[in-house]
Design a binder for this molecule. Structure first.
Ligand code: MG
Length: 389
């Protein structure tokens, strides 16, 4: 039995506002689509995951799913119906018996619901999860109530919708050949083809994120869930110092700052990011930067320190841990750090997979005392809190 999942992410998602389509906006430190794809990639009963994305979204998608082992996306069409057909055709190469079609904008889909849809397909050629309507329904054209609709047997439809593969492929090809348009979900396509569709219990949590408010609430909810599932709170600290050398800029927290000198070191000598990296490694007892990137190894000469930080985060996440907050203090007489703090937090946030509000960057001088006070170098301290299961 081979099961494929098509994740439909073609929409421009403009109703949610923001700079990017809703499926690429961050909730719980990750893009919406990252959570959705991971739910299917992690599911033991799903063999293949096929994303369908909008034209021009290729770079955004690649960035959004970094770290996930996911195949290349296919580019969808002008409507959801067309995008789904393209996705369904794309998984033909895997010869699936069953296919699930899911909206990228439903990141709260559970493993139980995915398993339920798959198992119902043993009894019916199509299964659609949904919720019985609890509220009274009014038919009100033009804003005036003309009658109350009998809500018995009325359900809302969610995704993933599941189908026997050959049946839904034929249904989509039929709709395509007949140029039937405006079918807003896959079950409508199946209905149009006369398939027997079972309505099965969905999940209240499996909501579709549509508006900007939905994104804000989902961010809070996803963050809360992640923290709650990780009661093991740990603190790590890191300290680093690099001397000045001849140059014209220093790099701190990934941001180049013009200066009359540079920092000397084997890599880009980003002293603040090194302290932060060591602090994260400290929370999981994984040594320090030197353990993973020996200074004797020429391949790290001039390297961007984000590579070191990414490695530390990867090690933490391999233990299903996450960063709760990071607090960095830079000790320097010069250059002036404060104008760059916002850029530093924005640079670090996606690397740590947290919101910038969970990162602090502070700076202080040494009041001309000691080596740092004599402008011989820059020192940095970092404290990080992480959560582990
Ligand atoms: Mg260093």
């Amino acid at each position: 039995m081979t099961v494929a999942a098509v994740i439909v992410a073609g929409g421009s998602g403009l109703r949610a506002g923001g700079e990017r389509p809703k499926q690429y906006q961050l909730i719980g430190g990750r893009p919406v689509i990252w959570w959705t794809c991971r739910a299917f990639l992690d599911h033991p009963a799903v063999d293949h995951v096929q994303p369908v994305i909008g034209e021009g979204h290729e770079d955004m998608f690649a960035e959004a799913v970094q770290g996930l082992d996911i195949p290349l996306p296919v580019i969808g069409g002008g409507t959801r119906q067309e995008s789904c057909r393209i996705g369904i055709e794309a998984v033909a190469r895997h010869n699936p018996d069953k296919v699930l079609i899911h909206d990228a904008a439903r990141p709260f889909v559970t493993a139980d619901l995915i398993a339920s849809v798959i198992s119902w397909l043993d009894r019916f050629p199509a299964a659609v999860p949904g919720m019985p309507v609890a509220e009274t329904l009014k038919f009100a054209p033009g804003g005036m109530v003309s009658r109350t609709v009998d809500r018995a047997a009325i359900w809302t439809a969610q995704t993933p919708q599941g189908f026997l593969y050959d049946g839904i492929l034929a249904a989509y090809r039929k709709a395509e050949a007949e140029q039937t348009q405006g079918l807003t979900d896959d079950a409508s396509v199946a209905e149009h083809a006369g398939m027997a569709i079972s309505m099965i219990p969905g999940d209240l949590e499996n909501r579709k994120l549509t508006t900007g408010d939905d994104i804000v609430m989902a961010d809070r909810d996803m963050t809360g869930r992640q923290l709650q599932a990780r009661p093991d709170i740990r603190v790590g600290q890191g300290i680093d110092v690099h001397p000045f050398d001849e140059g014209d800029a220093v790099v701190l927290c990934g941001i180049p700052i013009p200066h009359s000198q540079k920092l000397k070191g084997h890599s880009d000598a980003d002293v603040a990011m090194h302290a932060l990296t060591d602090a994260i490694l400290g929370t999981i007892g994984e040594g320090d930067i030197g353990t993973h990137f020996p200074p004797s190894d020429p391949q790290w000469k001039g390297a961007a320190s984000r590579i070191f930080l990414a490695k530390a985060v990867e090690l933490l996440e391999a233990k299903r841990g996450l960063v709760a907050n990071a607090d960095i203090t830079i000790l320097a007489e010069a250059p002036k750090i404060s104008p760059h703090v916002a850029a530093m937090r924005a640079y670090l946030a996606p690397l740590l997979h947290v919101d910038p509000t969970r990162i602090a960057v502070k700076a202080t001088t040494m009041e001309k005392l000691g080596a740092i006070g004599r402008k011989e170098g820059i020192m940095a301290f970092a404290t990080v809190t992480v959560r582990l299961p």
